[in-house]
Design a protein. Structure first.
Length: 73
């Protein structure tokens, strides 16, 4: 699971199926991923279990200002 921005890259380079990507028209899927990413760990875990998630990609730049972080957009 990752935010939709990284969906195509994960599919192409990682040969993995994603929940959301740059072509997702189902806003419910995007909202579910957003809820999981912004929830406390125990709630996020339950959401990810219900989606059968094996991997989670989290990009965080914080103070360092990593250029691919959504905070910098």
């Amino acid at each position: 699971m990752s935010w939709w921005d990284y969906g195509y890259q994960i599919t192409a380079m990682g040969n993995r199926t994603v929940i959301v990507d740059n072509n997702t028209w189902n806003n419910t899927h995007i909202a579910t991923v957003g809820r999981a990413m912004s929830s406390y760990e125990d709630e996020a875990y339950e959401i990810m279990r219900s989606l059968d998630v094996d991997y989670v990609l989290v990009v965080f730049g914080g103070v360092t200002g990593y250029s691919s972080d959504d905070i910098n957009k």
